[in-house]
Design a protein around this ligand. Structure first.
Ligand code: UT7
Length: 333
């Protein structure tokens, strides 16, 4: 039987500081009621000054290794768009913080779809035999990149990290990753962008005063794209693995907006009760959103051994990606 990546552990971490809607609202011309109704978010966590994306990633990574009952990995892939610095990647630093030695480590940049992209890369590394155990982390710290005057972004994003351990196994096992779908649309890159800080700005100095290093987002268009892309990607994947929407026991989709989640659930015929959420408490944590929710739902029993699970994500790029797996019986450690 061919080598397949199998989920062996999961962990998540959010920084302790809670930021409620009421705390954000006054300077933005918005209110708790608007934010709850239009997004589903009640509060999010923001890291304190001095905390880096790497710190969040290392904490989640440590928890995932513990959940898998292991202390090493031979590859670390970190999905993030808010790394500790533009160069080098943050994954090597995280591997060093975790005491993993001189293992292969790199970052994947695919915004909110980054974790599922990283999962695809990790499963490929296992399948071709370059790794037997991979630590895959999604971590983002957007709070320092939000324009405090922009109510369309400032209310949405939270900081956090989530991680999984994948090991080499076989497709018949619980935890096996059964299939993937991924795609991108670079023509629509302007819908969610940090315009400053890259080669486009630096090689065109006249753009310098226009570009800034805050995240800008065209919310309404992104909303439509998020619904269409996650639904279409999920449908392609379901066909590939031979499931219908009715076969999906739980869907863990990128936590951008509860109205997006409900619409995707309706389109896929995955009941809204099978569409898991945690964005009411953590907001949109970008690349962390799917593994953070996997970790919570694995711990609180919303995900049970044998559940057929659909993951689907969408973000800037545009980028989207989906994966299917059977949830393993993870032991509490
Ligand atoms: O993570 C992956 C990428 N991101 C997403 O997928 C985000 C997807 N988009 C969204 O979640 C929503 O579009 C938002 C929450 C960002 C905005 O909600 P919306 O219901 O789509 O609002 P809108 O942009 O269509 O704006 C409707 C109105 C506008 O006022 P007018 O022009 O109708 O007078 C906005 O100015 O709501 C206004 N508005 C707000 N009002 C109070 C926008 N943001 C706010 C706010 N509070 N925070």
């Amino acid at each position: 039987m061919s080598r397949t990546a199998v989920l062996a552990g999961v962990g998540g971490y959010v920084p302790p500081r809670r930021v409620t809607n009421a705390e954000l609202a006054p300077g933005l011309g918005t209110d708790d009621g608007w934010i709850r109704t239009r997004t589903g978010i009640r509060e999010r966590r923001w890291a304190d000054a001095g905390t880096t994306t790497g710190d969040l990633a290392a904490e989640a990574g440590q928890r995932a290794l513990k959940s898998a009952g292991v202390s090493d990995a031979d590859l670390v892939i970190l999905a993030t768009s808010t790394g500790n610095q533009p160069m080098p990647a943050t994954a090597p630093e995280v591997a060093a913080m975790l005491g993993l030695g001189q293992v292969a480590a790199y970052d994947v940049s695919a915004a909110c779809a980054g974790f599922v992209y990283a999962l695809t890369a990790a499963a490929g590394a296992i399948a071709i035999g370059v790794a037997d155990r991979v630590l895959v982390i999604g971590a983002d710290l957007w709070s320092t990149r939000l324009d405090p005057a922009d109510r369309s972004t400032a209310i949405i994003f939270g900081d956090g990290a989530g991680a999984v351990v994948l090991r080499a196994g076989t497709a018949g096992e619980r935890g096996a990753l059964l299939g993937f779908d991924a795609g991108s649309d670079g023509d629509r890159r302007a819908l969610a962008v940090v315009p400053g800080g890259g080669s486009r700005q630096r090689s065109a100095p006249h753009l310098a005063e226009l570009a800034n290093e805050y995240l800008t987002m065209q919310g309404r268009d992104l909303f439509t794209q998020a619904v269409e892309r996650m639904a279409a990607s999920s449908e392609r994947l379901l066909r590939r693995v031979g499931w219908t929407g009715a076969d999906v026991d739980k869907c863990v989709a990128h936590q951008a907006n509860v109205r997006i989640l409900h619409t995707v659930a309706d389109l896929l015929d995955v009941g809204r009760d099978r569409m898991l959420t945690n964005l009411d408490r953590v907001g949109n944590t970008s690349a962390a959103s799917i593994p953070l929710l996997l970790s919570e739902a694995g711990a609180d029993g919303r995900l049970r051994g044998g559940d057929r699970v659909l993951l689907t994500a969408f973000g800037g790029g545009l980028s989207w990606a989906s994966a299917a797996l059977v949830w393993p019986a993870l032991t509490e450690r």
